[in-house]
Design a protein around this ligand. Sequence first.
Ligand SMILES: [Zn+2]
Length: 92
Amino acid sequence: MTGSDQLDTFLATDPRDVGCEQAMRMLHVYVDLVATGRHAPDRHPGVAAHLSACGPCSDDFDGLLAAVQHSPEQARPNGRRAECLRREAAGR
Ligand SMILES: [Zn+2]
């Protein structure tokens, strides 16, 4: 018994990894950064480390990113939301 398995486990875990709970709390912020083309891992290295290590959280990230990127409001900036705001302004 050399304990090398434990060492491998230790080395495979990024010390910056923030864990599932913190990653989930920051996920929408992180996705927003990625979706707007900013380099998210620079700002949240702990979240980036966790997403690369944790399958379930990585899946959540992919799903949220896809939802943000395919949002009609982002694809058409002059779409329904702008019309709604205009109507609200005219109603006063
Ligand atoms: Zn996780």
